[in-house]
Write a protein that binds this ligand. Structure first.
Ligand code: BTN
Length: 266
């Protein structure tokens, strides 16, 4: 285990913040995927807030079955079991809620000396200066009309200086953008704390309290997007968490997160 990712440090920081999630906490040197660990624990009854962190993953995955680059000692790989008290049909926007919480937590780590906005490229990318700093992968298990459990998997590139060739042009890290404090334990606790503040609000009022933040951080606003052959410009995110796309035909399209889309170069 590298020095900046120690379970005791994460717990101390969770206590300092008064975080309501993050326990029980598991921090390991190596695993397949923290999200697989969290899913197995959730299926075995792990409580809301159970958290799994690893220094490295051998089978880290992103959305759409992509591999998530997960070398040791460099980045944060964290998954939380959530059991939100919302109906299954209302739970999908939780991915955006987690994204906003992670963006706020990262900005806090960046500090006021570095006035960088962490954008959200719908539905799950955390973007700084046009490059991907991290991502959120939300997977759920439903039981009829109820949510049995959600696993929110979060990856943030922290120290990485050279990425694999296929992602090098579009990936960045906290170090690359000039962040001075690269302690992963503190970053993890900050993310867990922020998610803990966001979930009760989501349970009460859905996505509505987060729409302002989403709009401010919307990396697809006015970007050219192709969704299954419909081409247009991003026009925000609606209260159900859909991407709004103003088609070149003048019509407003609502895109759900399951649909494949491509961001076109201007
Ligand atoms: C994405 O942008 O496609 C989402 C990436 C999510 C990666 C994290 S790292 C921790 C957790 N474990 C995984 O295998 N994936 C998520």
């Amino acid at each position: 285990m590298t020095g900046d990712l120690d379970a005791a440090d994460v717990e101390r920081e969770l206590d300092r913040l008064g975080a309501i999630l993050g326990r029980p906490l598991s921090v390991v040197a190596l695993t397949g995927s923290t999200s697989d660990d969290a899913k197995a624990a959730a299926a075995a009854g792990a409580p809301h807030g159970s958290t799994f962190i690893a220094d490295a993953q051998t089978a880290g995955r992103g959305r759409g079955g992509h591999i998530w680059y997960s070398p040791e000692g460099e980045s944060l790989y964290l998954s939380i079991v959530l059991r939100p008290r919302v109906d299954a049909q209302a739970v999908a926007p939780i991915a955006l809620v987690v994204g906003v919480a992670v963006a706020i937590a990262i900005e806090r780590r960046l500090g006021a000396s570095l006035p960088v906005q962490v954008g959200i490229k719908w539905p799950n990318d955390l973007i700084v200066s046009g490059k991907k700093l991290g991502g959120v992968l939300v997977e759920g298990r439903l039981r009829g009309a109820e949510v049995a459990s959600i696993v929110a998997g979060i990856g943030v590139n922290v120290r990485t200086e050279s990425f694999p060739a296929d992602i090098a042009h579009r990936a960045t890290s906290l170090r690359a953008i000039g962040c001075a404090d690269l302690r992963r334990a503190a970053l993890a606790a900050s993310i867990i704390d922020e998610i803990g503040r966001a979930i009760p609000l989501f349970e009460l009022r859905g996505l509505e309290p987060f729409l302002g933040e989403l709009s401010r951080r919307d990396a697809l606003r006015d970007q050219r997007v192709d969704v299954g052959g419909v081409i247009g410009s991003g026009e925000g995110i609606d209260a159900a968490g859909h991407l709004l796309l103003r088609g070149d035909d003048g019509e407003l399209h609502r895109v759900t997160s399951g649909e494949a889309f491509t961001v076109l170069r201007a």
